[in-house]
Design a protein around this ligand. Structure first.
Ligand SMILES: Nc1nc2c(c(=O)[nH]1)N[C@@H](CN(C=O)c1ccc(C(=O)N[C@@H](CCC(=O)O)C(=O)O)cc1)CN2
Length: 291
């Protein structure tokens, strides 16, 4: 068997086209969706992601404001920037690029973001609403994974999903979203003993462990769907996932590549959340007018 490659670039392109149409409709009503991106420090990968976010916003006709600071920024200074953005009616989404330098408490920063502008879906209110299946901004990477499955008609209902990783950004929420689609979910992590004994039971395997090419055929049930969220460098410095693509391709049914799988979906879902936030704001204004 050779796995079908899940094409995240193509699916993300479709989503971005839909977002562009929604942006045009908003503009006809006098609203330009605006995303504020806050970047602290010199991490080169973060700089690349932020540049891509800005470029994508502009391509879709959205406003994008970059607030860039040196890694000496204090927590108080960052919190004050967030306060200003919370009060700026031209800004519909606020994103603080992670990771942050050690002197800044990530949780305090996330907590300071107005949940109505939390397009990353990291605020505890967003997380809580997601957990109980209420309307919320969903975190972009897990939401992107669910969209990929939907696009390829892969229904998680009744399937055993094994998630490797328990981060707040990917591992925990993707398991919750799978559960909402009636999957049976197992979480594995760095302390799991005999990882392969769990992953070999997976109909859908999501790997977000951050170990280059750790997952080979010996971890895979034949016919499984394999979603690779890893972003690692191989021995030659080349970007690669957690999954040994060539090896696993021989036994999986569907497989995401790195690059070109889950990554592009992260930015597409951020754009969708931002346009959704702008639509929510317009709806609120209209309701207030009719009161
Ligand atoms: N505030 C946030 N910080 C971080 C998030 C996030 O969702 N919100 N996620 C990651 C980084 N990230 C977006 O911020 C991100 C990572 C990877 C990609 C991507 O498109 N990857 C490409 C490859 C890119 C390359 O060549 O280097 C791919 O997989 O095809 C987009 C966004 C951590 N921080």
């Amino acid at each position: 068997m050779t796995a079908t490659t899940i094409d995240g670039r193509a699916v993300s392109q479709k989503i971005k086209e839909q977002v562009k149409t929604r942006v045009e409709r908003l503009k006809e009503q006098g609203v330009i969706p605006g995303l504020a991106v806050v970047l602290v420090g010199e991490d080169s990968a973060s700089h690349t992601y932020v540049k891509n976010k800005k470029k994508t916003c502009e391509a879709l006709g959205m406003r994008s404001d970059l607030h860039q600071f040196p890694d000496t920024l204090t927590e108080a200074e960052l919190l004050s920037t967030i306060e200003e953005l919370n009060n700026d009616s031209n800004i519909h989404g606020i994103l603080v690029q992670l990771p942050l330098p050690a002197q800044i408490d990530e949780f305090k920063v996330i907590l300071a973001i107005d949940p109505a502008k939390d397009v990353d879906g990291f605020h505890p209110i967003s997380v809580g609403n997601m957990m109980i299946g209420k309307e919320a901004f969903l975190p972009c990477t897990p939401h992107g994974i669910m969209k990929l499955l939907e696009h390829y008609d892969i229904n998680p209902a009744g399937k055993h999903t094994v998630v490797i990783g328990r981060s707040n950004i990917v591992g925990k929420p993707v398991g919750q979203l799978m559960l909402q689609k009636d999957a049976t979910v197992t979480y594995c992590h760095s302390k799991t003993a005999d990882l392969a004994s769990f992953t070999r039971q997976a109909d859908i395997l999501v790997s977000a462990i951050g170990r280059a090419k750790l997952i080979d055929q010996s971890f895979i049930k034949p016919g499984a769907v394999v979603i690779d969220v890893g972003m690692n460098r191989d021995e030659n410095g080349k970007l690669c996932g957690d999954v040994d693509f060539a090896d696993v391709s021989e036994t999986a049914s569907f497989l995401t590549p790195v690059p070109g799988g889950v990554g592009p979906m992260t930015i597409a879902m951020l754009m969708e959340n931002t346009v959704q936030s702008a639509e929510n704001g317009l709806q609120k204004d209209k309701s207030a007018e009719t009161m």
